[in-house]
Design a protein around this ligand. Structure first.
Ligand SMILES: Nc1ncnc2c1ncn2[C@@H]1O[C@H](COP(=O)(O)OP(=O)(O)OP(=O)(O)O)[C@@H](O)[C@H]1O
Ligand SMILES: [Zn+2]
Length: 487
């Protein structure tokens, strides 16, 4: 088996990966979306990156030996605020919140499906893990009770807070001193906190406008960080193999997850590897909702807001994978055009209907800390060996790799056809049949050695924005011509 090496944010090194407990397979947790609005393309980066890792792990360890959990945050103050704004009092507020989160989750699924991402093994909703009736079922309330019992949390004015000074190892993931963390996190100083770094595990809810659960500390709701400790603990165990998310989650979110899980379970570590993707940037800044410089996945797929046209999931996926996951990505129209041309070329040459099966060179590249730029270079090399489009071993191998990497030939082809149709219409009514007739006339002219006429037809089409591509079948020596809309 290929050796898998992954970069671990905690130890700041690339290390050899092996499952902690081979009998349980590989266990991976990735922080998922907060469902109150459309996801932007920056949010898609961790989804795509960890989908590629999921595919690689399934290949290396077997599909039944990988458990991938990506949570859904459906209790959050931004959700409450949005639901409260649109609430018409015709149904209870909790039903309004559920409708908002259901609708947002359905949109999220449609978006990431279009990006070629497999569904994780489990997609737990935070609200299902606040308080579970079975005494043995781990949930947020039980973890908080344990933290209080072990002297790592305290109750104050209806709030439960994690006592940061009670954990000497706090700050190890972020590698910051307490002073730096206080400055960097812009932590709220609140009257119920003993130390400014202490963070909320539980807070009281106003039953009139906020969702809540009955708890030993009154009617309230959990803080954000505790949900990931509960869902990962319940579905993967107290210690698991890989924990992922965007680099912005290192501090405070992941630092706090570690504090909660390790102090509640009495463990040294929460995850064996911590993996973080870099930012997707627009004009030198992180794409984010708060900065307002974002474009949603939906807008890219279904509107012409970015670059004056709509895009297909495969193009967004390739544009994302061209950059190594730990580097920042600059999101540009030019990058999407380049990816479009690459996929157009690959699908023209790759054999259709191939099973998803990677080449050893692709596995080797991905096994080196998910080196997707190297993977893409391997595909270009493979492409250069193809003699006859869509035929022969190399064409089949390219097709198998594209399927393995999650590219969808039919989806891409349908989008290309739609684009070509739109361009042809804009060009003033030339259609596919006209082009076919002109190509046949040109081939006939060439056969008759009437090169002036064949060039005239080529120029006539070029003037209309149609480029012709000639290829010779090496077996028969026949010339065949295909066309595309030139841009
Ligand atoms: N620009 C970005 N580039 C890469 N990953 C990102 C970016 N923005 C958010 N993420 C990641 O997306 C996932 C979902 O995060 P979250 O729901 O907190 O996003 P968000 O609150 O909408 O982000 P923001 O407020 O920054 O727009 C996280 O793993 C986060 O790190
Ligand atoms: Zn999390």
């Amino acid at each position: 088996m290929a050796e898998l090496k992954l970069y671990d944010t905690l130890t700041r090194e690339k290390r050899l990966f092996a499952p902690l407990d081979p009998a349980r397979g590989v266990r991976m947790y990735v922080c998922g979306p907060t469902v109150y609005d459309f996801a932007h393309i920056g949010n898609a980066r961790p989804v795509i990156v960890f989908d590629v890792l999921f595919r690689l792990l399934r290949h290396l360890y077997g599909a039944d030996h990988v458990t991938y959990v990506r949570n859904i945050t459906d209790v959050d103050d931004k959700i409450n605020k949005r639901a409260f704004e649109r609430w018409t009092h015709e149904r209870p507020l909790t039903a309004e919140i559920r409708a908002l989160t259901d609708q947002t989750l359905a949109q999220f699924h449609a978006d990431v499906d279009a990006l070629g991402c497999l569904r994780p093994t489990h997609e737990p909703r935070a609200t299902d893990f606040v308080c579970r009736p079975e005494p043995s079922a781990l949930d947020m309330v039980k973890i908080i009770e344990r933290l209080i019992a072990r002297g790592h949390a305290y109750v104050e004015q209806g709030h439960v807070l994690f006592d940061v000074p009670s954990m000497p190892a706090y700050g190890r993931l972020a590698r910051r001193s307490l002073d730096e963390m206080v400055a960097g996190a812009r932590v709220d100083v609140a009257p119920y906190k003993r130390d400014p770094m202490d963070f909320v595990l539980w807070k009281p809810s106003d039953p009139e406008k906020e969702p809540g659960w009955e708890s030993p500390w009154g009617f309230g709701r959990p803080g954000w960080h505790i949900e990931c400790s509960a869902m990962s603990g319940a579905l993967l165990g107290e210690m698991f193999d890989i924990h992922g998310g965007g680099i912005d989650l290192v501090f405070p979110h992941h630092e706090n997850e570690i504090a909660q899980s390790c102090c509640a379970f009495g463990t040294e570590r929460m995850a064996n590897f911590w993996m973080h993707n870099g930012f997707l940037m627009v004009e030198g800044e992180k794409m984010s909702k708060s900065l307002g410089n974002f474009i949603t996945i939906r807008e890219l797929l279904a509107s012409d807001r970015f670059g004056g046209q709509n895009w297909v999931g495969d193009v967004l996926r390739l544009a994302m994978l061209k950059t190594h996951y730990r580097q920042p990505i600059d999101w540009t129209v030019e990058g999407l055009n380049e990816s479009t041309n690459t996929l157009d070329d690959w699908f023209r040459l790759a054999a259709p209907d191939q099973p998803a099966e990677p080449s050893p060179a692709v596995i080797a590249a991905l096994s080196d800390d998910l080196n997707t730029p190297k993977t893409i270079a391997e595909l270009h090399a493979l492409r250069n060996h193809i003699r006859v489009p869509q035929q022969g071993q190399d064409a089949e191998e390219l097709g198998r790799n594209l399927a393995f990497l999650g590219f969808d030939r039919a989806q891409f082809a349908a989008w290309q056809k739609g684009r070509e149709h739109a361009v042809l219409q804009a060009l003033g009514g030339i259609d596919e049949a006209d082009i076919g007739r002109l190509i046949a006339a040109r081939l006939a002219a060439r056969k008759a050695r009437n090169f002036a006429e064949s060039d005239r037809i080529r120029d006539e089409l070029a003037a209309k924005g149609i480029a012709l591509m000639d290829a010779k079948d090496p077996a028969t020596g026949e010339l065949t011509t295909t066309w595309k809309v030139a841009r």
